[in-house]
Design a protein around this ligand. Structure first.
Ligand code: KIV
Ligand code: NA
Length: 264
């Protein structure tokens, strides 16, 4: 199996072939998604609120994310592994972004990094790509800027759609190999996708993006409660896991487990 490279993603765009990206934060999920043929796995800073128990993505640190990224990159044969740069680890300067990105490449074996922001991050994207580190951009609703954006809301409505297009173009010009668009009106995302030659990856950005991404616990129904509108659940992993834990506990309580076949 040939490794997925950034040029393959660009070629898929040229052929009009859509693809799916998922987050992954550990060995078995990474290996399973790789086996499923998912071409790109993202070690998202969403690990903060999907693995580490925080409310938002803001608290997660580079030191916390690196072991997760290392587990994912060790567990795939084919997928391109992208590591998110955590809040505060790249916005300060291009040099800071470069230093953090190098840590993810050297210590975690990531193949690329992702950072949030548009034109204001051009220097960061330029330095990293010139140094040999592929960068995925992330525009629209950028969770690390939640407090600046006034909470979880759609970005790029009306007049601000122009600015989003300019941000996407700035990221392409700076050397980004792909751009995530989160919670962007479908028509704006469609226009950006048509304008760029690098692939766009949508999450809450409609059908016309070149690719889609979901947090795996959302996709597989491990997360319960109120879900964002852009999530579709493809399994009820919460129900499966709950049932398994209950059945195991009941077997232990009743003496049905372990049986003679489990005993030495
Ligand atoms: O951290 C994350 O999971 C992400 C995706 C939702 C794009 O940034
Ligand atoms: Na993220």
């Amino acid at each position: 199996t040939r490794r997925v490279r950034t040029h393959h993603l660009r070629e898929m765009k040229e052929r009009g072939e859509k693809w799916a990206m998922l987050t992954a934060y550990d060995m078995y999920t990474a290996a399973t998604f790789d086996e499923a043929g998912i071409p790109v796995l993202l070690v998202g800073d969403s690990a903060s609120n999907n693995v580490l128990g925080n409310d938002t993505s803001l608290p997660v640190t580079v030191d916390e994310l690196i072991p997760l990224a290392r587990a994912v990159s060790r567990s795939v044969h084919r997928a391109l592994v992208v590591a998110d740069l955590p809040f505060g680890s790249y916005q300060g300067s291009a040099e800071q972004a470069f230093h953090t990105a190098v840590r993810f490449m050297k210590e975690a074996g990531a193949h690329a990094v992702k950072l949030e922001g548009g034109a204001e991050m051009a220097a960061q994207v330029e330095l990293c790509t010139q140094a040999g580190i592929p960068v995925m951009a992330h525009i629209g609703f950028t969770p690390q800027s939640e407090h600046n954006l006034g909470g979880y809301r759609v970005q790029g409505r009306g007049e601000t759609g122009r600015r989003l297009l300019a941000d996407a173009q700035a990221m392409e010009a700076a050397g980004a190999f792909a751009v995530v668009m989160e919670m962007v009106p479908g028509d704006v995302a469609a226009e950006i996708t048509k304008t760029l030659s690098i692939p766009t990856i949508g999450i809450g950005a409609g059908i016309d993006c070149d690719a889609q991404v979901l947090v795996w616990q959302d996709m597989a129904g491990l997360r319960t409660g109120r879900l964002p509108r852009f999530v579709k659940q493809y399994a009820d992993l919460h129900g499966v896991l709950l049932g398994a834990a209950q059945a195991y506990a009941a077997d232990v309580a009743s003496g049905a487990f372990p049986g003679p076949e489990h005993t030495f």
